[in-house]
Write a protein that binds this ligand. Structure first.
Ligand SMILES: Nc1ncnc2c1ncn2[C@@H]1O[C@H](COP(=O)(O)OP(=O)(O)OP(=O)(O)O)[C@@H](O)[C@H]1O
Ligand SMILES: [Mg+2]
Length: 301
C-alpha cells in the first residue's frame, strides 16, 4: 500500500526530484537532473544536469509482515557521487539501503513492490544473480564485522569465493584494496596477524577493504562511523572523498554534520517517506519542506 499523500514522482516533483525526462531541450540528454539550489534553476525544473544515475528506485514500497516501512520511494543515485540518507530512527533508511542489494530478501514476511534499477535493469527480476549483485553493490555495516581470520584472509575472502585462486593475484588485490581503504601503511607488516587485533577504526577500514576487494561499483554504508571516535571518523570521511572517484557511495548517517561534510546529495526520510531529496548544500541551507526544516534545526527526531 502506498500512502494517500502524493510522494515525489516524475510528474509532481519539485525540482529537487530527479528522474529522466523533464521536457524541453533536456529531454534528449542522458542523465539526471536535480536542483542545484539556484533559484533560476528552480524556475526551469530539470534544467541542470549533474550526472548519470547508476541506481534508481521507482515507486518502491516495502512492508515487513504487513507493516509498511517504505512508501512510494522515488530516488536516483548518481555515479561517482556520495548520497547521504538522513532521518529519525525507524524512518526506513536502512531498509531503503538494504533494498539496493537485496539484503531484505533475507527477512521473513517482507513484501516489496516497485522498481529498483541498477544500470537500468530491475534487480528484483528472477534471473538476477543475487551474489553477483552483492558483489557489484557492496555493503559496509554500522558495526565492523571482520572474520576471525588474518587481515590478509579477510580481504582475500571475497575474491577467492569469486574464483581468484592465484596467490600472487590475490596478494596484489589485497594490497590494492588495503591501499584504497587507507589501511595499507598501518598493516603491511602484520598482514598475517588476526584482524581482531585491529582497533575499531582500523577494523572498519578493513571491512571497507574487504568490500572493495571484489571490485564493486556501488558501496552502501550504514552508519559506518557510529561506533568510531572523531579521529577514526575523520579518516573514514577522508577516505570516502577519495573513493568517490571510482565508486558510487550511498551512506546512511545520523550525523547531520557528517552528511553535510561528505555528501553531494542528501535525502531526508520520515516515517517511510522520502520527504526531500536534493543537493546537500541546498537541503541543509534552504530546504523546501517544513518537515526537513524542523528536522535539521533539531525540532524533532
Ligand atoms: N527485519 C525487520 N522486521 C520487521 N520490521 C523491521 C525490520 N527491520 C526494520 N523494521 C521496521 O521497519 C521500520 C524502518 O526500520 P529501519 O531499520 O529501516 O529504520 P532506520 O531509519 O534505519 O532506523 P535507525 O536510524 O534506528 O537505524 C521500523 O519501524 C522498523 O521497526
Ligand atoms: Mg538503520
Amino acid at each position: 500500500m502506498s500512502s494517500n499523500k502524493p510522494n515525489m514522482t516524475p510528474e509532481n516533483a519539485s525540482p529537487q526530484y530527479i528522474p529522466g525526462s523533464a521536457g524541453g531541450e533536456n529531454e534528449k540528454k542522458p542523465g539526471v537532473r536535480i536542483s542545484s539550489g539556484n533559484r533560476a534553476d528552480n524556475s526551469t525544473p530539470g534544467s541542470k544536469i549533474l550526472g548519470e544515475p547508476i541506481m534508481e528506485v521507482r515507486g518502491l514500497n516495502l512492508s515487513y509482515s504487513g507493516k509498511q516501512a517504505l512508501k512510494n520511494i522515488n530516488i536516483a543515485f548518481l555515479k561517482n557521487r556520495i548520497t547521504a540518507l538522513i532521518g529519525p530512527s525507524g524512518c526506513g533508511k536502512s531498509t531503503l539501503l538494504r533494498c539496493l542489494n537485496r539484503m531484505n530478501d533475507l527477512v521473513d514476511g517482507v513484501e516489496i513492490t516497485g522498481e529498483t534499477l541498477f544500470g537500468g535493469r530491475n534487480i528484483y527480476q528472477p534471473f538476477i544473480h543475487v551474489s553477483e549483485l552483492r558483489k557489484t553493490v557492496g555493503m559496509v555495516f554500522q558495526k565492523s564485522n571482520p572474520f576471525p581470520k588474518s587481515i590478509f584472509e579477510n580481504v582475500a575472502y571475497g575474491p577467492r569465493i569469486h574464483g581468484v585462486k592465484n596467490q600472487s593475484d590475490l596478494g596484489g588485490l589485497v594490497e590494492r584494496s588495503l591501499k584504497a581503504a587507507a589501511l595499507w601503511e598501518e598493516v603491511r607488516d602484520r598482514l598475517h596477524d588476526s584482524a581482531l587485533g585491529l582497533s575499531g577504526g582500523q577494523q572498519q577500514r578493513l571491512c571497507i577493504a574487504r568490500a572493495l576487494a571484489v571490485e564493486p561499483e556501488v558501496l552502501l554504508m550504514d552508519e559506518p562511523c557510529s561506533a568510531l571516535d572523531p579521529i577514526a571518523t575523520a579518516k573514514i570521511e577522508d577516505l570516502m572523498g577519495d573513493l568517490k572517484d571510482k565508486y558510487t557511495i550511498i551512506i546512511v548517517t545520523h550525523n547531520m554534520q557528517q552528511a553535510a561534510r561528505v555528501s553531494d546529495f542528501t535525502g531526508f526520510m520520515l516515517m517511510g517517506e522520502l520527504v526531500e531529496f536534493g543537493v546537500t548544500t541546498k537541503l541543509f541551507q534552504n530546504p523546501d519542506d517544513k518537515r526537513t526544516i524542523d528536522y535539521i534545526t533539531g525540532r524533532f527526531g
